[in-house]
Design a protein around this ligand. Structure first.
Ligand code: SF4
Ligand code: SF4
Length: 203
C-alpha cells in the first residue's frame, strides 16, 4: 500500500513516545555523558594496531607489509619499515614498522585496512570521544597512540577477537611443529674428539 512505510514509522515513533512514560526501554535518547548506551559489537570508528603481551613495541603484530597503506582509499596511512627483524605473533622473524602513522582527519572509517591485513594486526576501535585542540598534530596518530592490547580488542569485539586468537594459536602450533620436525631431522652432532694425551716425560 502506498505510504505504508511512513505509517509504520509514525506508529513506531508514537509507541516509543508514549511508552517512554512507563518504560525506560522505550527511551531512544540518554543523558550523555552521564548516561551511555551500550555499544554494539559491530560499531567501528578509527583503526588501532593490536599488540600481544605486555610490551607494546615487541608485541605489535604489524610486520610492515605495506598492504594497508597501498589499499587505503584516501591514503592516510604512512609506514616506514625496520631494517632488522623481530618475532611476529606466531613466532616467525619479521620486519616491523619503525613508523606507522594514520591521519584520522582524513580516515573515513571504511575498514579496508582491516579487511586486507593478512596478520590481524589492525582492527577498528570504538572510541568516539576524540576531540583535540590541534586539528593537525592532534589528529595524526603515531604507532604509540595507535597501539592497543589484545585485551582491549577482546573487550570491544569479543566474538571477532576469539576467532582471531584461535587462528593464531593454530598457526603457532603449526610453526612449533615444523621447527620440532626440522630439529629432529638434523643429523646427530659428531662426538667431540678427546684432547691428545701428552707424552710422558723421562726423568
Ligand atoms: S579505515 Fe579506511 S580510510 Fe581509515 S585508515 Fe583504514 S583504509 Fe584508510
Ligand atoms: S597493519 Fe597489517 S596490512 Fe598494514 S602493514 Fe601492518 S601487517 Fe601489513
Amino acid at each position: 500500500m502506498f505510504g505504508e512505510g511512513i505509517l509504520k514509522g509514525l506508529a513506531e515513533t508514537a509507541r516509543n513516545f508514549l511508552g517512554s512514560y512507563v518504560s525506560k526501554k522505550r527511551l531512544t535518547t540518554v543523558q550523555y555523558p552521564e548516561e551511555r548506551l551500550p555499544q554494539i559489537e559491530a560499531y567501528r570508528n578509527f583503526p588501532f594496531l593490536v599488540y600481544d603481551g605486555e610490551d607494546w613495541q615487541q608485541g605489535l603484530r604489524c610486520v610492515s607489509c605495506f598492504i594497508c597503506e597501498k589499499e587505503c582509499p584516501p591514503k592516510c596511512i604512512f609506514i616506514e619499515k625496520s631494517t632488522d627483524k623481530k618475532p611476529d605473533a606466531v613466532g616467525k622473524p619479521q620486519f616491523y614498522p619503525t613508523v606507522f602513522n594514520i591521519d584520522v582527519s582524513v580516515c573515513m572509517s571504511c575498514q579496508i585496512c582491516v579487511e586486507v591485513c593478512p596478520f590481524d594486526a589492525i582492527k577498528m576501535d570504538t572510541d568516539f570521544e576524540l576531540s583535540t585542540d590541534n586539528r593537525f598534530s592532534g589528529l595524526l596518530w603515531d604507532k604509540k597512540h595507535l597501539a592497543k592490547s589484545n585485551e582491549h580488542y577482546h573487550k570491544i569485539h569479543p566474538t571477532e577477537a576469539a576467532v582471531v586468537d584461535a587462528q593464531l594459536a593454530a598457526e603457532r602450533a603449526k610453526v612449533a611443529a615444523k621447527a620440532k620436525a626440522a630439529a629432529e631431522a638434523k643429523p646427530a652432532a659428531a662426538p667431540a674428539t678427546p684432547p691428545p694425551v701428552p707424552a710422558a716425560t723421562e726423568k
